[in-house]
Design a protein around this ligand. Structure first.
Ligand SMILES: Nc1ncnc2c1ncn2[C@@H]1O[C@H](COP(=O)(O)OP(=O)(O)OP(=O)(O)O)[C@@H](O)[C@H]1O
Ligand SMILES: [Mg+2]
Length: 362
């Protein structure tokens, strides 16, 4: 009965892949019923990977955005090799994406890019703002006054890629390419994006794409060329549902899927997690989210007031000396380590036991 109200629980029990983190179905179901408003009726099920592929083939494949649909090759534009191909010698393209807006993609892309640059001084990192018309990444990196040329200028040949890149003043191995503030989103073409990414991947070891929200032009271009995708979600159903759509889309419609190459490596980054609310059943728990989305976790970033301060100061929380002890700083640092292959336990995912004095005096 519960599973008919909460189809994803049925999906989980039907699925052969056992949950990585333990979840008692009854607890989960009960708390979701408590949390959800009475009027909530799930409109669609969370799909299995097979269903996702079929769905995207029938719905998404029929409605490609104009830029992705036009594939007539333009002569001088570079092609982006897949890094696993022999002799490719190109960097990896990592998309930070979500589906839903405002979940923490840009915040995460900024800390992630700076974290890799800080931890791997011998590697070069470039982070690109794909949010055409709504640029923000430059603010997160404290570079808003240094933007002269942007991504669309490069695509339109108004300048070279290196003229448009902004070098970070703290880490010389980190550069940024800003989004255009004003130009039309349709200025992105698949050939133009591939040309810019190919030029960058020749030079940089990691090319990180800060995707806009949605599954329209900008987000689709960002995910299309990805080798790795970091799917950002908050602990709420709407954000998980949109993440699920993006996961399906990447599985079926990315360049790797279309070329029958090894699949895009997709991992899950939960942001704005509040363990206290999860323990009180006021939000989804980590295991609920993993059960819904079925991806490995690359990190869990706690809700933190430091994030806003750091954004306003143009210093990603991962490199903020003032907030070095903030849980978000440690959580982003762990996330970067995991992405780079280290195995680390999740921190900041449970509530601190109250101290002796707090228990006595409140
Ligand atoms: N861990 C966190 N704790 C508290 N606030 C956060 C956290 N992460 C992000 N935020 C806040 O959430 C808001 C949205 O963040 P951000 O702009 O990074 O999201 P986004 O996914 O890039 O949004 P968009 O889809 O519009 O591009 C910002 O106000 C940011 O300060
Ligand atoms: Mg953003």
């Amino acid at each position: 009965m519960l599973s008919s109200k909460l189809p994803f629980l049925a999906l989980r029990s039907a699925s052969s892949s056992a949950p990585r983190l333990s979840l008692t179905a009854s607890r989960s179901a009960q708390h979701l019923l408590n949390v959800l408003p009475n009027s909530y009726a799930p409109r669609s099920n969370f799909a299995t990977a097979k269903q996702r592929k079929k769905k995207s083939q029938t719905t998404i494949a029929n409605t490609p955005p104009p830029a992705l649909a036009s594939k007539d090759a333009t002569s001088n534009l570079k092609k982006l090799p897949i890094p696993d191909d022999p002799n490719a010698n190109v960097g990896r393209i990592v998309a930070v994406t979500s589906g839903k807006g405002g979940v923490g993609k840009t915040t995460s892309a900024a800390s992630f890019a700076m974290g890799i640059a800080a931890k791997k001084p011998s590697k070069t990192v470039c982070v690109i703002d794909f949010d055409i018309g709504l640029r923000n990444l430059d603010i997160h990196l404290g570079a808003e006054r240094r933007v002269v040329f942007d991504f669309i200028n490069v695509i339109n040949n108004d300048c070279t890629v290196s003229q448009a890149l902004i070098k970070d003043k703290r880490f010389e191995n980190l550069s940024m390419l800003a989004a255009s503030q004003t130009k039309d989103k349709d200025s992105l073409t698949v050939e133009g994006v591939e040309h810019v990414l190919a030029s960058l991947a020749e030079t940089f070891d990691y090319v990180i794409l800060d995707s806009p929200a949605g599954i329209e032009s900008g987000a689709r271009h960002a995910m299309y060329f990805a080798d790795d995708a970091i799917i950002v979600t908050n602990p709420e159903l709407s954000s998980c549902r949109d993440a699920d759509k993006m996961i399906g889309f990447i599985s079926a419609r990315s360049r790797r899927a279309e070329m029958d190459k090894t699949a895009v490596t997709q991992t899950l980054l939960i942001t704005r997690y509040d363990p206290e609310r999860a323990e009180k059943n006021e939000s989804l728990s980590i295991s609920d989210i993993q059960d819904l989305l079925g991806l490995d976790l690359v990190g869990v970033i706690p809700e933190s007031k430091a994030i806003l301060t750091c954004t306003n100061l143009g210093t990603p929380v991962i490199s903020s000396s003032t907030h070095a002890n903030d849980p978000a700083n440690g959580a982003y640092s762990d996330m970067v380590d995991r992405f780079l292959g280290e195995s680390k336990e999740m921190r900041f995912v449970t509530t601190e036991p109250a101290s002796f004095f707090k228990r006595i005096f409140g």
